[in-house]
Ligand binder design. Structure first.
Ligand code: GLP
Length: 247
């Protein structure tokens, strides 16, 4: 299988390349609809985009940005809510207008409807031009955990235990309070015109190998990306260390 894998020397090169993929999309298509991801992997990427924009502002007035997923049952203001993270890391520096930053709410009485609405807004804007994705150590994409059907559309997922513990810690949510994750489904992700999957660090090496060299299986949600016609996998050396081709 001929996959588009870019392996870079170190973390700086990784952050810089991924940042330029996003800026490049905006420069190429000023009306682009771009999906972002939160987490340790994308934090510095967003910082680099912000720095470049401060020095060399480019037109973002018609760009739509959104997050692939959102934590639920916590206020939006919690540090770990994707809305707050993205706003602080990128949206505010770029001065993206509120109507062009699309995020599902963290609190709602009717999440099924919120899922439909979130998806409908993105479809109304012409669908996703570029989706940036992080990678869970269990292979999750967004909040789509292992064994999520590939036909899934925007939905409210449970979190795996490790992730839930991390978000509880990050959002200071007590154990008695329920958590969950609203996420684009795998089908929605696969409909993006372009995907950039970013993974760095040796803790991701095992799952990167499964994603790229293992079978396409719901057990490793990210393995479906092998079948996307326009997906680039950006890896640093550490996350690529177990790949056959990199040795
Ligand atoms: C969470 C987010 C995902 C993200 C993943 C990777 O699960 N919901 O969207 O891709 O974390 O996080 P990290 O980059 O911190 O490993």
């Amino acid at each position: 299988m001929n996959l588009n894998v870019t392996i870079v020397e170190n973390e700086q090169a990784f952050d810089c390349l991924a940042a330029w993929r996003i800026i490049g999309e905006i420069l190429h298509n000023p009306r682009a609809v771009i999906g972002l991801s939160t987490g340790q992997t994308t934090k510095n990427i967003h910082a680099i985009i912000s720095d470049i924009y401060k020095q060399y502002p480019f037109d973002v007035s018609h760009v739509t940005l959104f997050g692939v997923d959102e934590v639920t049952y916590v206020p939006r203001e919690y540090e770990g809510a994707c809305y707050t993270m993205l706003k602080r890391q990128l949206i505010d520096t770029l001065g993206i207008k509120e109507e062009n930053f699309i995020m599902p709410p963290t609190l709602s009485d009717d999440f099924e409807n919120e899922c439909r609405l979130f998806q409908a807004v993105l479809e109304d804007r012409g669908g996703i031009d570029l989706q940036v994705l992080g990678l869970g150590t269990n292979g999750h994409l967004g909040f789509n955990q292992p064994d999520t059907p590939f036909e899934s559309e925007t939905w409210l997922s449970a979190m795996d235990e490790i992730l839930e513990a991390r978000i509880r810690k990050e959002t200071k949510t007590p154990p008695e309070k329920q958590l969950g994750g609203l996420t684009l489904g795998i089908k929605n992700i696969m409909h993006a015109r372009k995907i950039v999957l970013v993974a760095k660090g040796s803790s991701k090496a095992g799952i990167v190998k499964k994603m790229l060299e293992g079978p396409v299986t719901t057990n490793v949600p990210a393995s479906i990306l092998q079948l996307h016609p326009n997906c680039e996998f950006i890896l640093d050396k550490a996350s690529a260390e177990l790949l056959q081709s990199s040795t």
